[in-house]
Design a protein around this ligand. Structure first.
Ligand code: C5P
Length: 244
């Protein structure tokens, strides 16, 4: 994989016009565009037709499914325009994950969302997570990664800080996709992410893909910011393959 192919840009924008602007601006600088809740709620499946048939770029459908197995299965069966990656929350258990894996068509890979990266120990404690896991979100991520793997998922979404442990536990083929990426050179006003890492650190720790949104989207020159991220990915890959 080329360094650029490891960079996922989330189209966290309110409409097709804005999405199209970013696709044009970034399609030579990123590997995959992510369609998430904001754009899907605004534009619906018609946008997926646009992204595959008109824009002709590959995409990741990040709807983070979270419902009973039958509902998840029926929703997945409606995904017809081949995304490369899709997501499901791990925390509702193996039956839901298995339903997702079994009902997807077109070879889309299923990623289990382990513990969202805006959550820290206090949030997990408040949610009723046992304190041995709440105090150490990485432990909970690992438990959920193993669960996702056993249910047939192709990989997980976790923080860069957890990438190395997930790869060690689940093996090199199990995909690790990391959001909450914050380059040292980018400031995100009012940031909600907690378990953050730089692109270089996350890739060096074993992430297969990184999701970089606001540091690119809010930059004065998004294409230049994407190129800087790719340079960090390249360095991270180099240092990963020759540890000190
Ligand atoms: O870089 P930024 O924080 O703007 O990227 C946020 C993107 O990453 C959003 O599209 C969000 O849905 C996604 N995300 C995710 N899983 C997390 C945290 C964020 O997929 N645990």
């Amino acid at each position: 994989m080329q360094p650029r192919e490891r960079l996922i840009f989330p189209l966290d924008v309110p409409n097709k016009t804005e999405a199209e602007r970013f696709i044009t601006l970034l399609k030579d600088h990123v590997g995959l565009f992510k369609v998430g809740l904001e754009l899907f709620v605004a534009e619906g499946p018609a946008f997926l037709k646009f992204i595959t048939d008109t824009a002709r770029v590959e995409y990741f459908l990040d709807l983070k499914f979270h419902d009973i197995p039958a509902t998840v299965a029926r929703a997945c069966a409606q995904i017809r325009r081949g995304p490369r990656l899709t997501t499901v929350h791990v925390d509702q258990g193996p039956k839901m994950l298995q339903a997702m894996v079994a009902s997807l068509q077109n070879g889309a890979k299923v990623l289990g969302v382990t513990v969202l990266t805006h959550l820290g120990p206090d949030d997990l404690e408040a949610l009723g997570i046992a304190s041995r896991y709440a105090s150490d979100p990485g432990k909970l991520v690992l438990l959920r990664a193993r669960l996702a793997q056993a249910a047939g998922c192709d990989g997980v979404v976790c923080a860069g800080t957890e990438a190395r442990a997930v790869k060690a536990a689940c093996g090199p083929e199990f995909l690790v996709v990391c959001p909450a990426i914050r380059p040292a050179w980018a400031a995100v006003p009012g940031d909600d992410q907690q378990r953050v890492m730089t692109p270089y650190e996350a890739i060096k720790a074993g992430a297969d893909y990184i999701v970089v949104g606001r540091p690119i989207r809010l930059a004065a020159d998004p294409a230049a910011a994407a190129r800087k991220v790719v340079a960090e990915i390249e360095q991270g890959m180099r240092d990963r393959s020759c540890p000190p």
